[in-house]
Design a protein around this ligand. Structure first.
Ligand SMILES: Cc1cc2nc3c(=O)[nH]c(=O)nc-3n(C[C@H](O)[C@H](O)[C@H](O)COP(=O)(O)OP(=O)(O)OC[C@H]3O[C@@H](n4cnc5c(N)ncnc54)[C@H](O)[C@@H]3O)c2cc1C
Length: 431
């Protein structure tokens, strides 16, 4: 290949799309990837089914990201969730929506998603060079010098799509942060997000494998000097929850994990509301009703009517009550304690399983240093950034791929007038 005009570093979700767009606007484009294959994370995502986006509109994606979501307005106006669905359908990968709103390929095969992106890339004329780990990215006059383990290239434009630090086995080892910091960018300290939590709760360990749906979990910073008794949680999520051998997993726990990781030096407490649709009084009334109906039944057996039997017994013991006590002899205070435990059981969080098990990285290049209308660096002319290398992380549900695809799409245009997916597709059909 002649000297490239644009080098894209990292062939993940964002890089595959960015390089394809870059070549489609006529730039000689070289995509460099460390791993022996492109889109490794896509292949393992969503339990190898790849949850490509969420069944919502652009506003729904923006809202799911909280305050940082504003950054996505412009990228999503070119490639929104409907466009992602249409893009894959046009590549022969129809999708389906599950009851949670997650969108998967109808085949349930992540490889179909990855192959569709690689096929688009090849069609565009971009070159892909695998097994090429970039070691440094420096500015040299009005060009960039990209030094990799197997070669060196220069180009006037570079798009960095190296992802974050989570699941380092996929090749994402945070390589981009030092280069970008050296080029003048501020890196918001990366922490693991969408990661299982570890708890100081040995009594829960024997319950591993149990899943509850829905549970509402809330994380509280109990060391926050500004609020000895915090009134509001750091984060809250209502979804399914899985008990593991070390703590909690499932969307409810993973969606609040960023707040735990960010406060690694603080004590955080998790409260679990196992019955978010009922009140304490309502639960108490049910327990008292059972006492009236079946006074000779044991406390654990009565509770097993409303929660898993194993959980009922362990919870009752944990709350300092005797699971074998007959309902007629259970003191009122125990009933109150149990009803309160079912509505807001406090659990001491010791941490997370870290980057090794985190689905995404929170932190990265500070968003205010990137122009969201073009994805251009505000610090370095000719530099573009997209995907998880940015300080942008969404909840479970296809939001992270949606952001990677949309920011990658826009970055690929490198400041030239961008097309929406529909415009680009119509132009292709005319050719
Ligand atoms: C187990 C798991 C399951 C997930 N499931 C989902 C899901 O179902 N839905 C969803 O929306 N999100 C999911 N995610 C999150 C999603 O995969 C990421 O948010 C998304 O892949 C980010 O895209 P990206 O292109 O920015 O980065 P990545 O996809 O991480 O791609 C970055 C690429 O850059 C390459 N690279 C890194 N450093 C270098 C270097 N020095 N030189 C050359 N190449 C380099 C890497 O090898 C990698 O291929 C999941 C993540 C994990 C770990």
């Amino acid at each position: 290949m002649e000297e490239p005009e644009t080098i894209v570093i990292g062939a993940g979700a964002a890089g595959l799309i960015a390089a394809e767009r870059s070549a489609s606007i006529g730039r000689r484009t070289l995509l460099l990837e460390k791993a022996p294959k492109a889109g490794v994370k896509i292949l393992m995502s969503g339990g190898t089914r790849c949850n490509v986006t969420h069944a919502t509109d652009a506003a729904g994606i923006v809202a799911a990201y909280g305050p940082a979501g504003r950054f996505l307005h412009s990228p999503l106006s070119y490639l929104g969730p409907d466009d992602v669905v249409a893009l894959f359908a046009a590549e022969g990968v129809p999708t389906k929506i599950e009851s949670t709103g997650k969108v998967f390929p109808r085949s349930d095969r992540a490889i179909d998603v990855r192959d569709a992106l690689v096929e688009r890339l090849h069609r565009s004329g971009a070159s892909l060079k695998l097994k090429t780990a970039v070691r440094s990215l420096v500015r040299d006059g009005d060009r960039f010098e990209v030094q990799a383990d197997v070669g060196r290239w220069t180009a006037p434009q570079v798009i960095v799509t190296v992802g974050g630090r989570s699941y380092p086995g996929c090749g994402t080892t945070g390589d981009g942060y030092p280069w970008l910091a050296e080029l003048g960018h501020e890196i918001v300290p990366p922490v693991p997000s969408l990661v299982p939590l570890t708890l100081d709760a040995p009594w829960l360990r024997e319950l591993q494998g149990l899943t509850f749906d829905p549970v509402e979990v809330a994380v509280w910073d109990v060391d926050d000097p500004a609020a000895r008794r915090p009134k509001r949680p750091l984060a809250r999520c209502r979804s399914s929850l899985l008990i593991t051998h070390v703590g909690l997993s499932g969307p409810a726990a993973m969606n609040v994990s960023r707040e735990v990781a960010r406060r690694a030096s603080h004590r955080t407490l998790l409260t679990c509301d196992w019955f978010p649709d009922r009140t304490v009084d309502n639960l108490l009334a049910e327990l008292l009703e059972r006492r009236a109906d079946e006074p000779r039944k044991s406390l654990a057996a009565a509770l097993a009517r409303i929660v898993f039997a194993r959980f009922a017994e362990a919870l009752v013991r944990h709350l300092g009550c005797d699971p074998e006590r007959r309902l007629a002899e259970v003191p009122m205070e125990w009933f109150r304690r149990i009803a309160a435990g079912l509505k807001g059981l406090p659990l001491v969080v010791t941490g997370t399983l870290g980057f090794a098990k985190a689905e995404v990285t929170a932190g990265g290049v500070r968003l205010s240093e990137v122009d969201s209308r073009t994805m251009a660096s505000r610090k370095v002319p000719g530099l573009y950034l997209a995907g998880e290398v940015l300080d942008l992380d969404g909840p479970i549900g296809g939001f992270n791929f949606q952001a990677a695809f949309a920011t990658g799409w826009l970055a690929g245009y490198q400041g030239t007038p961008p097309e929406t997916w529909r415009e680009a597709n119509a132009a292709r059909a005319r050719r």
